[in-house]
Design a protein around this ligand. Structure first.
Ligand code: KG4
Ligand code: ZN
Length: 388
């Protein structure tokens, strides 16, 4: 089965074409445009810029992906009737620039040999999600292909189960259920009891900031670049390498709590107070703070995950989301020897469309009814659900 997947939930525009038999996922084409540079000046993702950039980049990325997959065939005849163009105009009424690009592309492109289209429908930034959804609706209409809405967090879970075979091929392994998934990204920090692929119950989540958000905000407080996670991580690593004295202590919020919830806003505020107390932090101070902050966040994440594993008799741990790229967090999870840890390749830990294609495959395999494409909506807070 060949799946074309579109991801626009945040600040990466991604288009992938995957062929799968259910055990191997072969990447026929994959294009990703990161908007990070554009959001830097705002110190975070600016929704209207994200929306504009997705609209600008989706059509060229689709063309690139189809070409890479050898599935692009230019057509001699115009492929679009006037009725279709009118329909597309309505579907893309909020993305006029995308409408123009897409009509010009679709009118001279033969329908590619693919079976299904997948698109992220949430959670994420709604204006950004809508661009991908409307684009996919248009493709699904013109090429008469089914459209599968995918939960972005489900994508992150599946991403962790993929093991890279070579540059363009991943196998999936998933026999150790129930599993506890720790999903850590810029918008989420949650612990999920995974009964099997597609069967989720959220057992704990952050009450305030997501852990990635805390990394980003702490980085901003210390005038580091955006996104802050990798910057903090670099400084923390230097502090460890240089064996700097850990002269500042930060709290480990809720580490001994009864439940599986998290809170990172207090940790962030503690950094703010510490910086005020220091006055003008030196580069060395920043390294020490980055390390202490990273240690605090890592300890809380590991401790809560362990507790969830014990309480739910989990057979494995799945770590997913952008923050799972963090070296220290990966190292500490690797140390848990008594349990299998699924953690994504760093390439698949941040947002991508390969994971959306894989999640769509399992959704189709489960026999879940597909909604009419017209009924698919962006849901910024889309939750993970148990199977009925
Ligand atoms: O999953 P993701 O790409 O997008 C969302 O769905 O949010 O996650 C992005 C988050 C950002 O907050 C970023 O700072 C964080 O992941 N991140 C990291 C690292 N790489 C990315 N955080 C800590 N250490 C890293 N190496
Ligand atoms: Zn994500």
């Amino acid at each position: 089965m060949k799946i074309l997947a579109i991801e626009t939930s945040c600040d990466e525009t991604a288009v992938s074409l995957i062929e799968t038999d259910g055990t191997n996922f072969s990447v026929l084409g994959d294009s990703l445009f990161s908007q990070v540079e554009m959001h830097k000046e705002y110190g975070g993702v600016y929704p209207n810029v994200a929306k504009r950039e997705h609209a600008r980049n989706l059509t060229p990325l689709l063309l690139k992906t189809l070409k890479e997959a050898n599935l692009f065939n230019e057509s001699e005849e115009n492929q679009l009737s006037k009725e279709l163009v009118d329909e597309l105009k309505e579907t893309l009424s909020r993305e006029p620039e995308l409408f123009i690009h897409l009509v010009s592309f679709l009118s001279k492109t033969e329908k590619p040999e693919i079976d299904v289209i997948a698109v992220t429908s949430g959670p994420g930034l709604e204006p950004a999600l809508w661009v991908g959804i409307n684009f996919s609706k248009a493709l699904s209409r013109v090429w008469e292909l089914p459209l599968v809405p995918v939960n972005h967090m489900e994508g992150h879970i599946i991403s962790s189960l993929l093991t890279q075979q070579n540059e363009k091929s991943y196998d999936i392994s998933y026999d150790l259920f129930p599993s506890i998934a720790l999903l850590i990204s810029g918008g989420h920090t949650e612990l999920v009891l995974v009964g099997s692929i597609g069967d989720h119950v959220v057992i704990g989540e952050t009450r305030d900031d997501a852990v990635g958000e805390a990394f980003d905000k702490v980085a901003r407080m210390m005038d580091l670049g955006y996104p802050g996670g990798p910057e903090i991580s670099k400084l923390a690593e230097s502090a460890r390498e240089e064996n700097l004295e850990q002269k500042y202590q930060l709290p480990r919020p809720m580490i001994h709590g009864e439940n599986f919830d998290f809170s990172f806003s207090g940790l962030k505020t503690a950094v703010l107070y510490l910086l005020k107390e220091i006055g003008k932090p030196t580069d060395e101070d920043k390294k020490i703070i980055a390390r202490e902050f990273e240690d605090a966040a890592t300890e809380v994440l590991i401790s809560k995950t362990r507790k969830a594993v014990e309480e739910h008799g989990a057979q494995s741990v799945i770590v997913g989301g952008g923050v799972s790229a963090n070296k220290n967090i990966r190292k500490e999870f690797d140390k848990l020897e008594d349990i299998k840890i699924y953690i994504p390749d760093t390439k698949l830990s941040t947002d991508n469309a390969i994971m959306i294609a894989a999640a769509a495959y399992f959704k189709l395999k489960s026999g879940a009814a597909l909604p009419d494409p017209d009924e698919i909506v962006a849901d910024g807070n889309l939750a993970l659900y148990p199977l009925n």
